[in-house]
Ligand binder design. Structure first.
Ligand SMILES: NC(=O)c1ccc[n+]([C@@H]2O[C@H](COP(=O)([O-])OP(=O)(O)OC[C@H]3O[C@@H](n4cnc5c(N)ncnc54)[C@H](OP(=O)(O)O)[C@@H]3O)[C@@H](O)[C@H]2O)c1
Length: 335
C-alpha cells in the first residue's frame, strides 16, 4: 500500500509498505480522508517531547496522521462473531461500513492515517451517521473529542455551568464553543484574535472577547467561570485563577509540571482545580459527536482539501495562522 513516509529531515514522500492485517478485535480500514493537526510537525521533526508522547518515533517507516474516515474492508478473526451483549457492541461493524475516528496519540502508535490502510480496534471507531460527509467526519475527530473530554470529563461540564474557551478560533476551540452550547452551558464566553471574532460569534458564543483588545489575565469578571478551557496551554493557573468560580477548573491541552505532578494540590490550597486533558478515541464519544453533527447542532468548518499527492501544500496550509478551519487530506483516489 502507499503511505506518506517522513524521513529523518522531516521530508515527506510517497513510498510503498506492507498492508496491515487486522488482529482479533480490529478492523482494516481503507482511508478516505485524513486531516492535519499541530501534532504532525512535532512528530515529523521527531521532537523528543511532545512528539514521542504522540507516536513511536523510532518506527520505520515513520508515517503520521491521526484523523481518518474510511471504509471497513476486512475484520479481524473474531470481529464478526456476536455472542453476548457486551461483545455485540464490539462486533456490530461489518465490511463496507463507513467509519471515522482518530488513532490514539500515544507513544505506542506505529501507524499513521496518511496511508491507504490502517487497522483500528473496533471500539475505537464509529459508523459515520447518514448525511455526514466523509471529509467532515475525518476533520472533526480529535478536536471534538478533546473538547468534549476536557470540559465534560475533567471540567465537569453540565447544564447551567459557565464556560470560558480560550483559543476559540482554533481547531479545538471551535469545537469547544459548540459543544459547550450543545451541553447547555449557561454562559459560553470565548477568547480569540480579531481575525476570528466573526467566526466565533457565528459558532454561538454568548460573548466573544478579542484578545488583542482585552487582557484576559486581568480583564475577566472575577470568580465567573466553572470551567476555563485553555486550548492553547499558554496560560498559567496563577494568571487565570481569579476568574474561576469556587471549585472551578482550569483545563489545558498541554500538560506541564504543575498539571502533571501537582494537580491534586490545587483544590486543597485554592479550592479550584488545574488539570490537563489527554484525548482518547472511543466509540461512545464518536457516536455522540456524530449525532450532534448529523442534527446540525455542531459543525466542522473546512479550510481546504488537498489530494494526498499534493501533501506539501496541505502541510504549508496547516502552518498558516489565517486558515479558516480544518486542513483536510483526500487519501482515497488522491495519490
Ligand atoms: N492534550 C490533548 O489531548 C490534545 C488534543 C488535541 C490538541 N492538543 C493541543 O492543543 C493545542 C491547540 O490545538 P488546535 O488544534 O486548536 O490548534 P490551532 O488550530 O492552531 O488553534 C490554536 C489557537 O490558539 C490561539 N492562540 C495562540 N496563542 C494564543 C494566546 N496566547 N492566547 C489566546 N489564544 C491563542 C490561536 O489563535 P490566534 O493566535 O489567532 O489568537 C489559534 O486559534 C495544540 O498545541 C495541540 O497540540 C492537545
Amino acid at each position: 500500500m502507499k503511505i506518506i513516509e517522513i524521513d529523518n529531515n522531516a521530508v515527506a514522500s510517497v513510498s510503498n509498505h506492507v498492508k496491515p492485517t487486522p488482529k482479533a478485535g480490529e478492523v482494516l480500514i481503507k482511508v478516505a480522508y485524513s486531516a492535519l493537526d499541530t501534532a504532525f510537525e512535532e512528530v515529523a521533526h521527531r521532537e523528543f517531547i511532545p512528539g514521542s508522547l504522540l507516536h513511536d518515533l523510532k518506527v520505520k517507516p515513520l508515517v503520521a496522521g491521526w484523523h481518518y474516515s474510511g471504509t471497513i474492508v476486512s475484520l479481524g478473526d473474531d470481529s464478526s462473531v456476536t455472542t453476548t451483549n457486551t461483545t455485540s457492541k464490539q462486533n456490530d461493524l461489518t465490511v463496507g461500513d463507513l467509519v471515522f475516528g482518530h488513532l490514539q496519540y500515544d507513544s505506542a502508535t506505529r501507524q499513521g492515517t496518511l496511508a491507504e490502510y490502517i487497522t483500528v480496534p473496533t471500539l475505537e471507531c464509529a459508523k459515520i451517521p447518514s448525511g455526514v460527509d466523509l471529509d467532515v467526519a475525518a476533520a472533526i475527530t480529535t478536536e471534538s473529542l478533546t473538547a468534549l473530554q476536557a470540559m465534560r470529563d475533567i471540567g465537569g461540564l453540565s447544564e447551567g455551568k459557565n464556560v470560558l474557551v480560550i483559543g476559540a478560533g482554533g481547531g479545538v476551540g471551535t469545537q469547544a464553543v459548540q459543544i459547550a452550547k450543545a451541553m447547555k452551558a449557561s454562559k459560553v464566553h470565548a477568547v480569540c484574535s480579531t481575525y476570528d471574532v466573526p467566526k466565533v460569534q457565528g459558532l454561538g458564543a454568548d460573548l466573544v472577547i478579542d484578545r488583542s483588545i482585552q487582557n484576559i489575565e486581568k480583564d475577566l469578571n472575577a470568580a465567573c467561570y466553572d470551567i476555563i478551557f485553555d486550548t492553547t496551554g499558554k496560560y498559567s493557573f496563577a494568571s487565570l485563577k481569579y476568574a474561576l468560580a469556587k471549585e472551578g477548573t482550569l483545563v489545558n491541552t498541554i500538560p506541564n509540571v504543575a498539571t502533571f505532578l501537582f494537580s491534586w494540590m490545587f483544590p486543597i490550597i485554592f479550592g479550584k482545580h488545574y488539570k490537563s486533558v489527554f484525548v482518547q478515541c472511543n466509540r461512545a464519544d464518536l457516536e455522540l459527536v456524530g449525532s450532534w453533527l448529523q442534527q446540525g447542532i455542531i459543525s466542522c468548518p473546512i479550510d481546504s482539501t488537498h489530494n494526498i499527492k499534493d501533501f506539501e501544500n496541505a502541510r504549508d496550509r496547516q502552518k498558516e495562522s489565517k486558515k479558516s478551519g480544518r486542513v483536510v487530506v483526500k487519501v482515497e483516489g488522491g495519490w
